[in-house]
Design a protein around this ligand. Structure first.
Ligand code: HGY
Ligand code: MN
Ligand code: MN
Length: 413
């Protein structure tokens, strides 16, 4: 590794932990978790807090038309920045580290350089991207996809959320409908620090993951329509039971993943019945199916099997149905040079490191086609995430943030 200015610098862990814990107070829920659904009032308050820290650090802040916030620290020369960042929106039962760690570690890198009075040659920056989770407004990674020109901003501003609100209106309510254009921002490179959200690093005793890829993601929403009837008087052969088919879809999703094996995963996360009464055969059901695989061909296979199953069982049960795709992303590979730099930097800092894929989607995957991009993972205790029990050890937070600091110094030297 060529020597760079600041290679002996290390982050201030207490300052970083204080910010993580302070931000976790905004949208705090029982069990130590966080609920800051995208473009909710909690998201607005979280944004305000993070922008406040960006201002205190003396950064040039811009807000684009879908509310992505990018804060730049000037270098001795102008140019595209070495960018880091992630998201601060959460799922409704989220933890305090998912996304937040990447954003606040980016601020900590900058605070460390400010304290050392070290100016990089190339500008560096940190951002947070709107609606990474997609749990209220699908698809996920929406803000970073618009930021990097994958999605059209006008289209995304029209998306209707699970609560019936239009995204653009929710964005206006937060005050973060910015002026900066979308789709034209170019970074010198992009690096995202994120919790693994899975069990691999912890189970195998590693401190750092050098992420090589993100698996493909397919979200489909099914709306099933049968016939309400009396639970007691209706003979079984005369039923058109949306509740039964909703349950069968969940069983089939699990069966497809089991039969395909390998990296195939399948989740029915939403399954709601209408009218949802103990003695009424359900007339309607809303079901979502989340399918993922590291192989695009296998993901298509799983999608095809699921679609065929739903059509057949609805025909047999006499139901009508509609389906719509909520999200669809092909697997993404990160830049080999950046992956090697993550692994080499982590190893040179003395951290046990392994290369690995990401099971979750991340903002970084939207940058990958446009600039050298990679991710740094740190372990999740018991592999838990999207759960208030989500936790990462302080020493692993220190490790991940120091790798981020040193990597950004190397790329901006
Ligand atoms: O669903 C995901 O993988 C991410 O948490 N949005
Ligand atoms: Mn995340
Ligand atoms: Mn998440």
């Amino acid at each position: 590794m060529p020597p760079v200015k600041g290679q002996s610098l290390r982050i201030n862990l207490n300052r970083l932990l204080e910010r993580i814990n302070e931000l976790a107070e905004i949208g705090a829920i029982d069990g130590g978790g966080v609920c800051r659904m995208a473009l909710s009032d909690e998201d607005r308050r979280g944004r305000d807090r993070v922008v406040g820290w960006m201002r205190e650090l003396g950064l040039d802040i811009s807000v684009d038309r879908i509310g992505n916030v990018i804060a730049i620290r000037r270098g001795t020369e102008p140019g595209d920045p070495v960018l880091t960042g992630s998201h601060i929106d959460t799922v409704a039962t989220g933890g305090r580290f998912d996304g937040t760690l990447g954003v606040l570690a980016g601020l900590e890198v900058i605070a460390t350089l400010n304290q050392a009075d070290l100016t990089t040659r190339i500008p560096i920056g940190v951002g947070f991207f709107t609606n990474e989770e997609g749990a209220r407004f699908a698809p996920d990674m929406m803000g970073s996809a618009v930021h990097q020109g994958v999605f059209d901003v006008e289209e995304m501003l029209e998306v209707v959320g699970t609560d019936g609100l239009i995204l653009g209106d929710a964005l206006d309510n937060t005050g973060y409908a910015g002026e900066a254009p979308t789709g034209s921002f170019h970074a010198e490179c992009f690096i995202e620090l994120h919790i693994e959200q899975g069990p691999v690093l912890e189970n195998e005793g590693y401190e750092i993951g050098a992420v090589e890829s993100v698996q493909g993601i397919s979200w489909t929403e099914y709306r099933l329509t049968g016939v309400s009837n009396h639970a007691g008087t209706t003979p079984m052969h005369l039923r058109h039971d949306a509740g039964y088919v909703a349950a069968a879809i969940a069983v089939e999703a699990r069966r497809i993943a089991g039969e395909m094996g390998g990296d195939q995963v399948a989740t029915v996360g939403v399954s709601t019945l209408n009218p949802g009464l103990v003695n009424v055969i359900a007339k309607e059901a809303l079901v979502t199916v989340d399918l993922r695989n590291t192989s695009e061909a296998k993901l298509q296979q799983a999608e095809h099997r699921m679609a065929e199953f739903v059509a057949k069982i609805c025909e047999d049960e006499g139901l009508s149905f509609t389906s719509r795709s909520l999200a669809r992303f092909k697997p993404v590979k990160f830049d080999p040079g950046m992956i090697a730099l993550v692994a080499d930097t982590a190893t040179s800092l003395g951290y046990k490191t392994r290369r690995m894929p990401s099971g979750a989607g991340h903002d970084a995957q939207m940058f990958a086609p446009n600039c050298p991009t990679a991710m740094i993972f740190v372990p999740s205790r018991d592999g838990i995430s999207h759960n208030v029990a989500e936790f990462t050890e302080a020493e692993h937070i220190r490790a991940g943030a120091n790798v981020l600091l040193q990597l950004m110094l190397q790329k901006s030297a």
